[in-house]
Design a protein around this ligand. Structure first.
Ligand code: FES
Length: 155
């Protein structure tokens, strides 16, 4: 509780309370906590003097601002049309089978969460996904299994 409140106060103090600073503040608090709870969103609104609906609207628009606690590594599979036409559904199915979770879930060891996102800018090399901030492109089911196995071996 103390850590959350002080992180929010420190971020608001650092960036300033103007509306335009909301996104960097959300990013900074998310960086410290790994996700933003509803009470974090509310607290940021109070600190900045902004409506909860506005803060929540901005926070929920960006995939990199997570509003739920996730696993150690977050997999974001692109679901937008170019990747979809190149087989992103097969990539999602392979990940679900390999990790034994559904979309939106976290593995029981807390290692991975599996999510979908809109275009991540690698359309020409789709299907594509991010693991945390790292892009993986030209994916095939075989390549995805190898990537996950490497994560389990090296991280
Ligand atoms: S459509 Fe998938 S990265 Fe752009």
């Amino acid at each position: 509780m103390q850590k959350r409140e002080s992180a929010i106060k420190a971020a608001v103090q650092k960036h300033g309370k103007e509306r335009k600073n909301l996104l960097p503040i959300l990013q900074e608090v998310k960086q410290i906590k790994n996700y933003l709870s509803r009470s974090d969103v509310a607290e940021i609104g109070v600190e900045m003097g902004l409506a909860l609906a506005h803060v929540y609207g901005v926070a929920s628009f960006y995939h990199f601002i997570d509003l739920e606690e996730r696993g150690q590594n977050i997999i974001w599979v692109c679901k937008t049309i170019s990747c979809s036409m190149k087989g992103s559904n097969d990539i999602v199915m392979t990940l679900k089978e390999r990790l034994k979770i559904k979309l939106g879930e976290t593995t029981s060891d807390g290692k991975f969460s599996l999510l979908e996102t809109n275009c991540i800018g690698w359309c020409h090399k789709g299907p594509a996904m991010l693991i945390n901030d790292e892009p993986y492109t030209d994916l095939t089911p075989e390549k995805v299994i190898q990537i996950i196995d490497d994560y389990y071996t090296n991280n």
